[in-house]
Design a protein around this ligand. Structure first.
Ligand code: GRF
Length: 201
């Protein structure tokens, strides 16, 4: 069994999509070992508890990043996590964290990276006037919203869109994209060529 650790800060719809995919047998050989949030009040954490999963709050308030991350790393290790999935985790992670789980941390971002990293990606897309946007699942490195891209999904940006309608269209894609990317990574059938993630063979 490959053990997934989820990190989230908010509503957790991506986490729930992953949990549902596992329940439906779409991610064979994978299980969620622990769900961790930097916010005790995160709805995603309550949802994890309702599903009977191990859900841990590790509050970040007022703590140094290194100290907070050390506790998260220890919790992930204690639950023998193989793969860490950031799912709306609204906190930068330290270089130590990245090094501890090198090439074993994934993130989902609501834009076609490298365009529009950071906060409010959907608003950035509208302000940038692009006609397509989407989501990206990528390995996490030391830079924000950066690292080898595993897959991307594209959606149109419509004239009538505001950031909410665009976010909704993108989110629908996120919910299948993350599971597909996890399946690819867990298959191990890939290699890195420079900045590129490519399927083997
Ligand atoms: C998603 O749009 C994700 O791409 C971004 O944060 C949002 C989290 O949503 N990183 P949810 O908590 O998974 O519903």
């Amino acid at each position: 069994m490959k053990r997934i650790g989820i990190l989230l800060s908010g509503r957790g719809s991506n986490f729930l999509a992953i949990a549902k995919a596992i329940a439906e047998g779409k991610l064979r050989g994978a299980e969620i070992a622990v769900v961790i949030s930097n916010r005790a009040a995160a709805p995603g954490l309550a949802a994890a508890r309702e599903l009977g999963l191990t859900a841990v709050a590790i509050e970040a308030n007022g703590r140094k990043r290194a100290e907070h991350d050390a506790e998260i790393i220890a919790t992930l290790q204690q639950h023998e996590v193989d793969l860490v999935c950031l799912a709306g985790y609204m906190r930068l992670i330290s270089a130590k964290f990245v090094a501890e789980f090198r090439n074993r941390i994934l993130n989902i971002h609501p834009s076609l990276l490298p365009s529009f990293p950071g906060l409010d990606a959907q608003r950035q897309a509208l302000e940038g006037g692009v006609k397509v946007s989407g989501c990206t699942v990528h390995f996490v490195d030391e830079e924000l919203d950066h690292g080898c891209i595993i897959l991307q999904r594209v959606v149109p940006v419509l004239d009538a869109d505001d950031e909410h309608t665009l976010a909704e269209r993108i989110l629908e894609q996120e919910h299948t994209a993350y599971t597909d990317a996890i399946a690819r990574v867990l298959s191990g059938e890939y290699e890195f060529r420079g900045q590129r993630y490519v399927l083997r063979g």
